[in-house]
Every structure is written in C-alpha cells, then in structure tokens.
Design a protein around this ligand. Structure first.
Ligand code: KG4
Ligand code: ZN
Length: 423
C-alpha cells in the first residue's frame, strides 16, 4: 500500500468554489494528515443580492473562479511551477475541450493557465458528486475530469455529506492524526446544513444508517427563511445567531442560576425542554418545538417557520428589539429539537461519540446546549465539532472523505452529478 498520498479535492455543490490539497501518511497506528492548502471562493455577495442560490448562476461563478482557485491552492501548497511550454498538443486540447464543453469559458481558462503548470505532486483528485445543485456539481466534476486527463491521475467521487461528517476530524492545527483513539464507535453524527438535517448511525466509516431526517425544511434552510422574514441578509444562520446571542446577553441578569442558556430543566418552561428558559417579565414569544416528543428521530421545521411568519404578520411592524426576541426564540426552538432528538438517539443506540457537521453545527448556542445536556445526562461521550470555518462548505472535508474512499481501492463508477445522492 502506498505510504504517502497527496490529494487535491474540489467542492462545488452549492455556492462555494473550494479547492484543497491534503497530504496523508500512513503510520503503524493510523494516518497523519497535513493540510497543504485550503482555498475557498465564496459567491455570497452575488447570492445575497438575490436572497438565495440560483443553480445556473452558481455554476457560472464556479466556472469563472475555478482556475484561479486551483492556482491559489497549488501556490499555497508550494506546488506551483511553470513548465517549459512546448506549444499545444492538439489531441489533448480536443479531449479537454470536449470534457469542458458545457462549462462556460472554462476550457479557455484551462488551456490558457493550467496547461502551463508543471504537473504537481498529486496522486488523486477527490470531487463532490452529490448531493447538491446539479449544474454546480458538474462544474467540479468536469474540472476533475480535465485535471485527471491532463495529469493522468485517478478521480475519487465523494459524497458531500460524508465530507461534512468527517470535517470535525481536522483540528485547528495544520496537522492532525486519525487512529483508533480518535473516535469510539458506535458514533452518531448530526449533520445539519442548508440542505440536510440527518442523524446518522456510523458503525464504521462507510457504513452509515440514517436513523432520522427532516420531513420538510432543513435546519439551515429554516434559519435562512426566517432571516429573510426579518430582513436579514443571506446566509441567515450567522445573522440570527448574532441577534439571538445579543438578546441572551441582555436577558442574562434576568435568568436564574446558570445565566445565559441556564436554568434547571425541571423548572424551565415545558416547551423549552433542553434549551433556554423563555424570556421573563411578560415579554414572551413562544414558538413550537415541532416533533420534539415524537417517538422517531425525524424533524420538521416548516411549521416553526410558519409560526414565525404568523407572529410577524400579527405583530408587525417589527422593531429591532422584537427582531432580536424572535431570533432568540426561533434559535432556541431549533436547538431544543436538535438536542433532544440527538440525546434520545445517543440513548437508544448506545453511542460513544458524537460528531457534528454542516453550517448549523457552527452555531454557538447549539454547541453550548448540546455540551450542557450531554453532561447533565451523565453521558461519557466525546463531542466533536468542526471549526467554524470547516462547518460550512469547503474542499478540505472532501479531501479527507476522498482519502478514506481511496483506501478502499474499489473501482469507481462513471462520474456524474447526483443531486439527491444519499449517504
Ligand atoms: O453546510 P453548509 O455550508 O451548506 C450546505 O451544504 O447546505 O450550510 C449552510 C447553512 C446555511 O443555511 C446557513 O444559514 C447555515 O448553514 N449556518 C448557520 C450558521 N452558520 C451557517 N446556521 C445557524 N447558525 C450558524 N452560526
Ligand atoms: Zn454542505
């Protein structure tokens, strides 16, 4: 087995163009990883203007930003060098043009810039094939195919959600190790992003069972939609979180015992269950905690979103103060449900470890309440959160998942974008 492997990964499932380069060295006990590059080009500004992501627009932006992002990553990894240019190879040209024929101008950029770079010391290319927006996914897949043809190296298709799941393995440092001690199985993974809300039972990497998922909106989607109702910019999660935290600070002196997010679970409002007590002093806003008592591990956030909509309709126009209160109560409701269901799953499946991933896993209130409730329940389990930057879409997580896939050495099917790919 090859001892050292260098993987270049590409992520384009939504609105971020990501390219990362990861070195993996097998040791006697596990694998040592080193992050050589992690570049991300976000399209947030463009999508903010329109209040959401439009697939064809996202694709166009990926096509535009892909070559500069690849070059940026190669430079960061110190793998960028120009080769002696011997003129164009017509056969190769026509192959690359064919591969990139559906990508706006990407073939031209490729021939103009990537051709002139010396083949870097890369052994394989990992690329997200789904789930995600298909036109956007194709931008990454076509690029991976063009690079694979040019550099004559294999492609490893990666499931975006597996990437999110593994993102918490990376720690703040540039090097990290994965061995038997890193995770204790069975592991439960809570994946909460703009498109997904899933609790996954992980018996080992590659063996996944989705034990619960959302029946309608994803948690991140609910944050984004409520943010829009409050006239906050896209993406809404961080904006709501900011307002909610400010409101909690304001309320802190009013809360008993543990202060922000505190309270005794026996005394707190029944609806709040695992979260913060409702505001005191007659200023209550109450939103439902959908499906919190249901026997399964599924979620539903669309009723909560509608409750916010009706509240705004019946109580508008909103003052800044009301917006903060809504943000806090909404965030409490989402977190209460996520935490309650996760704890119930930990109990049922005897999980020894929790790993979180996806944009919403970077939410500070969720992290705080989950830690607190796990402790309160007397569970001796480790909780792994990704760093804030790696909670949202990035190519580094795709590189890690690609590495584990590559180790299995199975033959990979023909590459295609799979918008609804499941774990
Ligand atoms: O994982 P991600 O980058 O993309 C998908 O694969 O969907 O997640 C993006 C989602 C957005 O809906 C965004 O509003 C949400 O994650 N998000 C947050 C926070 N940061 C991002 N939601 C709540 N709190 C946050 N701090
Ligand atoms: Zn994602």
């Amino acid at each position: 087995m090859q001892k050292r492997l260098q993987i270049l990964a590409i992520e384009t499932s939504a609105d971020d163009t990501g390219v990362a380069i990861l070195e993996a060295v097998k040791t006697k006990v596990g694998t040592k990883f080193k992050v050589l590059a992690n570049k991300i080009h976000t399209q947030i500004d463009i999508h903010t203007e329109y209040g959401g992501i439009f697939p064809m627009m996202a694709k166009r932006e990926h096509d535009k930003n892909m070559v500069p992002t690849i070059i940026g990553a190669l430079k960061e990894a110190k793998m960028f060098a120009l080769k002696k240019y011997k003129g164009q190879d017509k056969k190769l040209n026509s192959k690359i043009i064919k591969i990139l024929e559906r990508e706006n101008n990407l073939a031209d950029l490729f021939i103009e810039f990537i051709y002139k770079i010396k083949k870097p010391d890369i052994d394989a290319i990992a690329v997200t094939v789904g789930p995600g927006l298909e036109p956007a996914l194709w931008a990454g897949i076509s690029t991976a195919r063009a690079l694979s043809t040019l550099w004559n190296i294999p492609i490893v298709p990666v499931n975006h959600m597996e990437g999110h799941m593994l993102s918490s393995l990376v720690q703040k440092k540039k090097t990290f190790t994965y061995d038997k001690k890193t995770l204790r199985f069975p592991v439960l993974s809570l994946l909460i992003s703009g498109g997904h809300t899933e609790i996954v039972l992980v018996k080992e990497f590659g063996k996944y069972k989705i034990i619960g998922s959302t029946r309608d909106d994803a948690a991140g989607e609910a944050f984004d939609k409520v943010a829009r109702m409050l006239a906050l910019p896209y993406p809404g999660g961080p904006e709501i979180s900011k307002l909610a935290e400010a409101e909690r600070k304001r309320l802190a002196p009013l809360l008993s015992e543990e202060g922000v997010g505190g309270g005794d679970s026996k005394k707190i409002h029944p609806l709040a269950l695992a979260g913060t007590p409702p505001p005191q002093g007659g200023e209550e806003i109450q939103f439902p905690r959908p499906m919190i008592y249901s026997k399964d591990f599924d979620f539903s956030f669309s009723g909560l979103k509608t409750a916010v909509l009706y509240y705004i309709r019946d109580n508008g126009p909103l003052t800044e103060e009301m917006k903060s209160k809504i943000a806090k109560e909404f965030e409490d409701a989402v977190v209460d449900v996520l935490v309650a269901k996760t704890l119930k799953a930990v109990e049922k499946y005897g999980a020894k470890c929790l790993i979180l991933g996806g944009g919403v896993s970077g939410n500070v209130h969720l992290q705080r309440i989950l830690k607190r409730e796990v402790k309160k329940a007397g569970k001796d389990i480790a909780i792994h959160f990704p760093t804030r930057i790696l909670s949202t879409d990035n190519a580094l997580m795709i590189a890690i998942a690609g590495y584990f896939q590559y180790q299995k050495k199975k033959s990979f099917p023909k590459l295609k974008a799979m918008g609804n790919l499941s774990l």
